[in-house]
Write a protein that binds this ligand. Sequence first.
Ligand code: NAD
Length: 493
Amino acid sequence: MTITPEREAELLASVPTGLLIDGEWRDASDGGTFDVHDPATGKVLATLASATSEDALAALDAADAAQGQWALTPARERSNILRRAFDLINERAEDFALLMTLEMGKPLAEARGEVTYGNEFLRWFSEEAVRDYGRYLTTPEGKNKILVQNKPVGPCLLITPWNFPLAMATRKVGPAIAAGCTMVLKPAKLTPLTSQLFAATLLEAGLPAGVLNVVSGKSASSISGPVMADPRLRKVSFTGSTPVGKRLLKDAADNVLRTSMELGGNAPFLVFDDADLDKAVEGAMAAKMRNMGEACTAANRFLVQDTVAEEFTRKFAEAMSSLTPGRGTEEASTVGPLIDSGARDDVHALVSDAVAAGAVAVTGGEPLAGDGYFYAPTVLGGVPNDAEILREEIFGPVAPVTTFSTEEEAIALANASEYGLASYLFTSDYARMFRVAEQIEFGMVGFNAGVISNAAAPFGGVKQSGLGREGGSEGIAEYSTVQYIGIADPYAK
Ligand code: NAD
């Protein structure tokens, strides 16, 4: 389907531009606004209300006022709202996909994939909502009874990044609704439009006023600061960079807030000499190029056994050079632009530094000329192990390849990072899979798989990649608190 300018304009006109507070779309209290841009053209797509600290606190007022009734709402009702929203998003999948392509830049095919993946959190948590079990037991002494029940944590602040505009929101909003929490959602200012449409869809699905409030704005800290300092807030769930996560953890300490932190990654991609190299290249393309490399799960360090490194690098470079950069709305496009010029400059600085240190650009290695912030899909061979590019999150379409000779060395190199989110392992030896998985310090391991995200799986990291898990049966626990009721011996006279 060709995307015409009229189709884009019609979709953009359907997106609410206000702040969502207590079920109403409002202007900012000071009338302030900010623009959202198309990274493929640099043009303005929409102008949204920019929340002030006062607006952020009004959103918390609404969340706090709604919390009591929402916690008492039957789980089946909360489940039905999530399920209806899932169905509505499915019906409007093309609108959500196009909106993400417009504001974030990813090719339409990938945006469609994100709608499927992101929406699945609503279906998954609609199913989890009614299976939130407690327990009952007799004390070991055989007299008193122990009753344990889950309760909603209470009003939550949810802060999301720009790279997966739908999925990062549904991964938090889905379980919060399922558990019975109310929310203040602060999307990233670069890509807030999808959250606006998502919130409008939830209202249509029957979500009561005040349960979800959405406050986008120019200044993140003037929204999060006063909300986190307010004792009515009970939890902050953040997805974003490790430095911002650390700062929020410090702020959370003042009111001893519950926290979930999905932070940065620096995923190793291990290829052993017994791997099927074509499958490894296919996996490498998925693990590296999903979202143009702008993913916390993106493979960042390709560690390849020395005996197969040359062949792997050649095949990988061939696959990378066959990609077609272009605006995501063009059907032929397989690589979109990076999010802004700063992101592109950062990627190029890492590539230039690696090349100066002795790496070779087997393909790519340069920004692409013309409109938008495009960077050539790049494979770097012979990257020295101490290069900056192996320590930093690249967040772009660049794959540095380095080598190892033994399994022990591969594990040591993989673990030589302060991050511990996703990792990938390509080998045909299942015993090796267990050995490596046991010794590797990462929250997630893809075994002969380049894409591991799934609503039914616990997503999250160790070390400086974060705290807590999203998805799986663990996801709802992040929004629940345990209450224990001690019951006196019913036989006592
Ligand atoms: P970011 O940390 O700059 O911003 C994330 C969010 O935090 C945005 O909404 C932003 O407005 C807000 N923010 C920024 N400064 C803030 C402050 N001082 N106080 C309160 N809020 C603040 O990250 P980003 O550039 O949007 O996203 C990319 C980063 O996110 C990468 O590091 C990536 O690895 C990480 N990420 C992690 C996961 C995961 O699940 N672990 C998923 C996606 C992205």
